[in-house]
Every structure is written in structure tokens, then in C-alpha cells.
Design a protein around this ligand. Sequence first.
Ligand code: TXA
Ligand code: MG
Length: 321
Amino acid sequence: MPATEVLRAAALLRAGELVAFPTETVYGLGADASNPLAIARIFAAKGRPADHPLIVHLPGVSHLERWAIDIPEVAGKLAVAFWPGPLTLILKRHPAVPDAIAGGQDTVGLRVPNHPLALQLLREFDGGVAGPSANRFGRVSPTTAVHVREELGDAVSMILDGGPCTVGIESTILDLSGAEVRILRPGMLDAEAIAKVLGYSPEFGGTQNAPRVSGSLEAHYAPRTRLQLVAAADLAATARLALAAGRRIAVLARPPYTPDHPDITWCAASADPARFAHDLYASLRELDAAGRDLIIVAAPPDTEAWRAVNDRLRRAAAGSK
Ligand code: TXA
Ligand code: MG
């Protein structure tokens, strides 16, 4: 028997209300994915343009055929390998899927999240729950219930608190709707593990005709304070220059960095990519809240293990200008 709060959350979803829920990646802003009015509420609460499609969260792989058609065999293999987990599959959409979910496209994004409360909620609801990240459009995704409250306030009827998200950045998005599989958004799923299931390494990025992915917009995941991404070797000099120009700065950097000036507000980031990703959005929020003129981030190495983190940092820098 699910907890009372899960029963209440499912009832609210059935009534067309918004319920924020935890996943292993980030918190989602949930609504009944089969109810166009409920979906409209998501777009209003987030301030999200209507042509940006939403991911539908499912209780299990058995629900796939209610949402997608022409499902390639590889979708089943990926689902077996990675669901529940931080992987979203883009498939041809079932005619019954509301237009509003798809942002006018003939595809739909689907995933089974790996979080006990999310799974309880989805099973109890027994349907698809549309769930973009529970932040205002373009802003930093929330990884705790408190972040959701700060972002959306009373725009949500309920926030299910499942503690801090374990992964910390959004799911890997794989497009299976075209002739070749492509990674539209890198996440913390190991690209090698994906390649193993596929039998080859997919390309990153969409094709020219690829569906729109808001997470692939250049400017996204941005704090309000300007964020500058610099090579780790240039961090100290950049900080000194900014201080000399009278600017109050905040720094996010990996070891062995320690600030060499008392006026620097800083967050210690991890040298481990998974831990860095886990902490990233909470750290950006903390540095943002410090109200400095500039957040300087020391870029992690340009390697595969850091790809998803580097992707989010680059977009945060582009979005904060
Ligand atoms: O980890 C995640 O995926 C989180 C949690 C809550 O599940 N959700 C999330 O949703 O990041 P959102 O809406 O913030 O980002 C989903 C991305 C968007 O960039 C959207 O454009 C893309 O998925 N997307 C959704 N449906 C799509 C489709 N049919 N074709 C291409 N991109 C799609
Ligand atoms: Mg988002």
C-alpha cells in the first residue's frame, strides 16, 4: 500500500492538478499526460513556449505501446537495459497522445524514472505523467523539494518530497524515431553502455530535421547571476582580474582549488564527474543566492566522462548573459 501522500498525489493528478515529484535525475512538474487542460497548466506554470515537447513518465515498459507506435526492436533492448533509469526514448507518437505533449511533433519522449516515490506514484496513477523539470523555463533544474517550492511556489498543488536527487542532472535523450539513433541530450548514462546495447556508438546532436529539444537550446539551465566558464588553469587570473575591477565574485571549482582572496564566495565541486553532477544545480543555486556580480566556474576536463556536465555548464554560461 503506497503512502497516503502518494495516494493524494495520484488523486490530484486525476483531477488535472499539478504535482511535483522526485526522480533520480531532477524533480519533475507532473500532470496527467492524457489531459490537455492539465498539460496546459504545466506550460503556464513553467512559462514554457508551447512548441517545446514534454517527456511522459511511465510506470513500466508495458505502457510503451499506449504512447508510441512503430517501436523499433532496439527500444525494447534499451528499456530492458536501462529502465527504470535516467534514459528518455524519443519514439513515433501514438495517435491518442495529446498534441500539447508533443509540441506539434509526431514523436513523443518516454521514460521510466528510477525513484521509489515516482514509481509508486506512477503505478498508483496507472498512466503517463508529463513531467518537465520543475523549474521556470531556462532556469536551473531543481534537485530538492525546497528548490521546487522556490521555483514554482503555489503554482503546484503538491510537492512529493523524495529527498535530494541521486543523479542530479537530466536524463540522456536518445532519438529512436529516425533512420539512425542519435543522442539529443547527454546525461550521466555511460555512452559506452549505450553503445554496447546498440552495437555501435550513436552520434550526438540532432539532424537538421530533428525535433526541437529545449534542453538543447544554447541558453538553458542558467542562474540569474552571470556565469563565466573558464579553463581551470585560467581560474586564478580571471578571479584576480574581476576582483581588481571591483566585482564581487563567486567560484565553483574542483580540488585542489582554494580561494586566495577573502572576498571570494565559493563552492567546492567534486573531482568525480558523478558527484559533480549530483551537486551541480544545488551549488549553482547556492552561488546565485550569494548575490555576487559574477559566478566563475572552472571547466572540468574535456573528456567523455564529463560530457554531460560540460554540456550543462556551457548552456548555463550561454543562458546567463
Ligand atoms: O531527467 C529528465 O528528463 C527530467 C525528469 C523530470 O524526468 N525531465 C526533463 O524534462 O528534463 P524537460 O522538459 O525539462 O526536458 C525534456 C527535454 C526537452 O528538452 C524537450 O524538448 C525534450 O526533452 N523532448 C521531449 N519530447 C521530445 C520529443 N518528442 N522530441 C525531441 N525532444 C523532446
Ligand atoms: Mg528542463
